[in-house]
Write a protein that binds this ligand. Structure first.
Ligand code: PLP
Length: 397
């Protein structure tokens, strides 16, 4: 029998992390909506489109054909082939099927990659602003996020020199996410390729979070994995969530060196096992059919972005970089901090929610203190209503 006196319930590693900030805001907004409050909701980072019909039909057909059992942990060969073929066609990469694992969402791909690569005390470089989950995922693994500040005046640009300056002998990996959540910034090809080459030379892994890679508005789809000579240090972390309006399906993947993908599959074999079998068939349909639906959705996002930015121009004091991808705007709200007792971006976001009934996400969990994030994957009506409410609320401060 144990004679331990103090009983500790939770582990250190679970106490190192927080509930996802975006999920917390979404939960609060849901409560207000349930109470009948009409919100202009720019909170959730997910497409407002329905999943395209041919993708839904493939899942229904898989169920009807009783494709409802366990599959190979890393996904059936057909879905992994569809992933590597799509990536090859779009970015000229040449991954083999056993260099691909299909995961229950892109977030799990990132989580598992960090778990198999990052040892206690290892450093992982993360440019600011960053997607909310990186910090916690790294800390859960025992790693240390090393934040690299960027300049808003330069559209949050990240250069090879900035990364070179942050590398130490403890650096294990760099996480890059462009188009960016939260800023919508897109990396110049030269900067991206330069960082990938530098990382390879220095023996550092580049985790390419390609969640929004197909939502780049300047017509040029770019992947750091196209730098063939750096393949040994590149891991692509992909997601079907935003590309095909499939957030609820939980479909993501990783592409990378066989040893790392094998380790991620091993971890998956002891946790989630395979992704839902019918989702694998839906994903094959998404990846192999015409990509016209992606083109159409992208066109709509550009129109919605322009509508929000035009609306912002009518709000004195609010400034905003022009996002070149994803579906977020990241306006600078520093002019309003200090007015009428507004203490911080979080404070402003919370007052926008309770007093103006507009859902935004404050900048702090993305690593900046002077912004709020709005997802414009909503209807034009919601944009007009929400922008009008923000304008009215800020004018009163
Ligand atoms: C930058 C980024 N990476 C990864 C993900 C994970 O997406 P999912 O787990 O739905 O594939 C998200 C979702 O919001 C994201 O914004």
């Amino acid at each position: 029998m144990s004679t331990a006196t103090a009983t500790k319930v939770l582990t250190d590693r679970i106490n190192r992390i927080e509930v996802s900030a975006t999920m917390a805001i979404t939960a609060e907004a849901l409560k207000m909506k349930a109470a009948g409050i009409d919100l202009a909701d720019f909170g959730a980072g997910e497409p407002h489109f329905s999943t395209p019909q041919h993708i839904k039909a493939a899942a229904i057909e898989a169920i009807e054909k009783n494709f409802t059992r366990y599959t190979a942990v890393a996904g059936i060969p057909e879905v992994r082939k569809a992933i590597v073929d799509r990536h090859a066609a779009d970015f000229g990469t040449n991954y083999a099927v056993d260099e691909c694992v299909f995961t229950a969402g892109g977030k799990l791909a990132i989580f598992n990659a960090v778990e198999v690569l990052v040892e206690h005390g290892d450093e992982v470089i993360v440019p600011v602003p960053y997607w909310v989950s990186y910090k916690d995922i790294i800390e859960f693994a025992g790693g240390k996020p090393v934040f690299v500040e960027t300049s808003e005046a330069e559209n949050f640009r990240v250069t090879p020199q900035m990364i070179a300056d942050a590398i130490t002998e403890k650096t294990k990996a760099i996480i890059l996410n462009f188009p960016s959540n939260p800023s919508g910034a897109v990396m110049a090809k030269e900067d991206l390729y330069g960082i990938v080459k530098l990382a390879h030379e220095r023996g550092v892994y580049v985790l390419l979070d390609e969640c929004y890679v197909y939502l780049s508005f300047n017509g040029d789809l770019v992947s750091g994995a196209s730098v063939a000579e750096a393949k040994a240090h590149v891991i692509v972390l992909g997601s079907l969530s935003k590309t095909y309006a499939m957030t609820g399906w939980r479909a993501g993947f990783a592409l990378g060196p066989k040893q790392i993908i094998g380790a991620m599959s091993k971890l998956q074999s002891q946790s989630t096992s395979n992704t839902a079998s019918m989702v694998q068939h839906a994903s094959i349909a998404a990846l192999t059919a015409s990509q016209e639906c992606v083109v159409e959705m992208r066109k709509d996002y550009v129109k919605l972005r322009d509508r929000v930015l035009e609306g912002f121009q009518s709000i004195p004091g609010l400034t905003c970089t022009v996002p070149e991808g994803a579906f977020y705007v990241y306006p600078n709200i520093s002019k309003f901090i200090g007015k009428s007792g507004i203490k911080s971006a979080s404070d402003l976001a919370s007052k926008l929610l309770t007093e103006a009934h507009v859902v935004t996400v404050p900048g702090e969990p993305f690593g900046t203190t002077e912004h709020v994030r709005l997802s414009y994957a909503v209807s034009a009506d919601v944009i007009d209503k929400g922008v009008a409410r923000i304008r009215e609320y800020l004018a009163k401060l």
